[in-house]
Structures are given as structure tokens and as C-alpha cells.
Design a binder for this molecule. Structure first.
Ligand SMILES: [Zn+2]
Ligand SMILES: [Zn+2]
Length: 128
């Protein structure tokens, strides 16, 4: 059984589809805080299970340290971080996402004002 989810940026110019999301988790690093304004809730998906179905020409890449970050050049929505074999797709784009968070990573860099409110495992650095 493969699960397919669709997503869209804020302006609707970019549409995407992911299949078989592996996990949902939060990244609390300071770069993600700058990128989305808070911790980044993202879905881990294999690169080959991600595709744009509309508006790929609107997608721009910011060559951030470690991971290129892709966003909609029209509305500015964060789309995904390219981690190589996997993408970390902004969870808020996806409709009908029904997963529980399973990790918090880079918690050592968490904003002081952010209180984690679930029981998912917390890692000071990266999981495992
Ligand atoms: Zn957009
Ligand atoms: Zn991060």
C-alpha cells in the first residue's frame, strides 16, 4: 500500500505530490527558525517519491549551509530541504497528512520560547 499526498504552496502556483512519507518530525535548528519563523515541521520522503505536478518553474533554491532550500518564488512558501537521498518537505503544505511526529532534532538549538508539547523523542543533535 503506497500512500500519496498532495501539497500546495500558499499562492497555489506550485503543486506537488509525495508517496510513502517515512516520518514526520521537527527540526529546531536556528537555520530552520529563520527559514519558517519557528521550528520546521517536515515530512521525510525519498527523493524519488517526490514530484512537482504544477509550477516547477516558480521554484527557486537558496543554497543554504548543508541543505539547499527550495521555495516558491511567488509567495515565498518554504517547500522542501534537499538532504540528498531524502527530502524534508514542509508538513504544512500537505493536505490530509495524518502522521504523528516521531522526532525532534537539533533541540539543543531550540528557541527558548518554544515549548515542545508532544511525547516524540528529542535529540540534541540529529537522530541516531
Ligand atoms: Zn506560491
Ligand atoms: Zn533545521
Amino acid at each position: 500500500m503506497s500512500e500519496t499526498l498532495t501539497g500546495t504552496c500558499l499562492c497555489g502556483g506550485v503543486e506537488l505530490e509525495i508517496t510513502d512519507p517515512q516520518s514526520l518530525g521537527y527540526c529546531h535548528c536556528s537555520r530552520c527558525q529563520h527559514w519558517v519563523g519557528s521550528s520546521l515541521a517536515g515530512v521525510v520522503v525519498a527523493k524519488e517519491n517526490f514530484e512537482f505536478t504544477k509550477g516547477q518553474d516558480l521554484v527557486k533554491t537558496y543554497e543554504s549551509h548543508l541543505a539547499p532550500r527550495n521555495f516558491c518564488s511567488n509567495c515565498g512558501s518554504s517547500l522542501y530541504d534537499d538532504l540528498g537521498a531524502v527530502y524534508f518537505v514542509a508538513a504544512g503544505l500537505l493536505s490530509d497528512l495524518d502522521m504523528k511526529p516521531s522526532f525532534h532534532q537539533l533541540v539543543a538549538y531550540k528557541a527558548k520560547w518554544h515549548e515542545i508539547g508532544d511525547d516524540a523523542p528529542q535529540y540534541a543533535e540529529l537522530p541516531g
